[in-house]
Write a protein that binds this ligand. Structure first.
Ligand code: ZN
Length: 411
């Protein structure tokens, strides 16, 4: 999707603000000789920004608006090293709320809904983003935050929550608990707004079926406001994103060149009106594609496909590039296995080995199933994993993100 004239003007404003503030990226742009662009080709020459750079700007090097206008910071959950600190002005907070409200509306959620929010509140952007968007919508918020499943279920019943906001792994955990306790008839949930991790069709179906709800994928990252920059509509044809706030391009992660609409690559986001910490061409490392054409829902907002993985999740096994989503797709073809799996990669006797753990109920022959899965992986991806079939419920569930790939080669 080519950048429009209006968007180019907006980018120029962002560049000017960055340069004038002498912020981390302002200096980088000035050094690279950019003070404005005119054409889409110029835009493609602008340098990328990366999470690693953002860390270098710690603590407040990204701050681009004067400090008296900064009302809040958020921080991304860095698993290694320094976190990234993103300053927000009052307008940024408001814009984010407007985008989030649109997400709820796209999902058909209204001010008559009761929204139970289970992502965490605090430095990271999840809980508070869900909250502010819901308040802007005028819905009733039940601000639970994470964990304490007992209390979550009690409140869900007593408050008659109609919308669940959570990660996919926590939604699965709640769905399984509700089944186990036989309390489904006391639950009034109609919709789930699920964010912050990639999940497969199988898991989606399991959650939707066991809770009897519609599910919506919400997209976002702390560096770019937070969750709420895009969501799927009821037609489930990818996530509509707000191109009056963001410009999204898809690039080849190796060459850095933009790919045509419809082709898979890395999602790169440019903020168009951000004040506290504008970002130009930010490499998300999320893999997806722009969906060409119009959505049957009639929305004018363009669409990004479901996130298929992380460019840095790519595993190299016996010289073959593998994404967890490919394994997931293969497992989706086996109705005998659950939505949960775990991949362990190790280096044994000079060779890379992948062990793939999957779950099933006791009604099938474990060894025979393992052989069939191994043969399918060999046929579709090109190497043979060691498949271990275990009883359903044995693989870890998590309240946050479930870690599915464990690379023991680097531990
Ligand atoms: Zn649509």
């Amino acid at each position: 999707m080519q950048i429009s004239k209006v968007q180019i003007e907006q980018v120029n404003k962002q560049i000017r603000a960055l340069v004038n503030a002498g912020s981390f990226y302002g200096k980088k742009l000035a050094e690279a000789g950019f003070d404005s662009i005119e054409t889409p080709e110029d835009f493609e020459k602008l340098p990328f920004s990366e999470k690693a750079d953002l860390r270098e700007a710690y603590p407040l090097g990204l701050m681009t608006a004067p400090e008296d206008q900064i009302v809040r910071i958020h921080s991304s959950s860095g698993t290694t090293g320094l976190p990234v600190i993103i300053p927000y002005t009052a307008k940024d907070v408001d814009d984010w709320g407007i985008m989030f409200k649109r997400c709820y509306e796209m999902a058909g959620i209204t001010n008559r809904d009761r929204i139970q929010i289970t992502p965490g509140y605090g430095l990271w952007t999840a809980g508070i983003g869900f909250q502010y968007g819901a308040e802007k919508l005028g819905a009733m918020v039940i601000p639970m935050g994470p964990g304490n499943t007992e209390k979550q279920l009690q409140m869900m019943m007593d408050m008659g929550s109609t919308v669940l906001c959570s990660t996919s792994s926590y939604a699965l955990l709640l769905a399984e608990e509700i089944e186990k306790r036989g309390i489904k008839d006391k639950i009034k949930l109609k919709k789930g707004v699920i964010g912050s991790e990639r999940w497969g069709e199988k898991m989606r179906k399991r959650i939707a079926d066991s809770l009897g709800i519609e599910l919506y994928d919400i997209y976002g990252l702390t560096e770019i406001y937070g969750p709420g920059i895009g969501i799927n509509c009821p037609y489930e044809t990818g996530m509509h994103y707000w191109d009056d706030y963001l410009y999204i391009e898809i690039i080849d992660p190796v060459t850095g060149k933009p790919v045509p609409d419809g082709e898979m690559g890395e999602v790169v986001i440019t903020t168009l009106v951000k004040e506290g910490a504008p970002l130009i061409r930010y490499r998300t490392h999320d893999l997806s594609r722009i969906i060409p054409g119009e959505c049957p829902c009639g929305s004018r907002f363009p669409r990004l496909d479901t996130i298929m993985g992380r460019s840095d999740d790519m595993m190299k096994i016996k010289g073959v590039n593998v994404f967890p989503s490919q394994i997931e797709e293969i497992l989706a073809g086996f109705p005998e296995v659950s939505s949960e799996y775990q991949i362990r990669i190790s280096h044994l006797d000079g060779k890379d080995t992948m062990r793939l753990y999957v779950e099933t109920n006791g009604s099938v022959n474990f060894l025979e199933l393992a052989d069939r899965i191994a043969a399918t992986v060999k046929g579709k991806i090109g190497f043979t994993p060691l498949v271990k079939v275990v009883e359903i419920g044995l693989l870890p569930r998590s309240e946050k993100k479930t870690k599915r790939v464990i690379d023991e080669r680097y531990e």
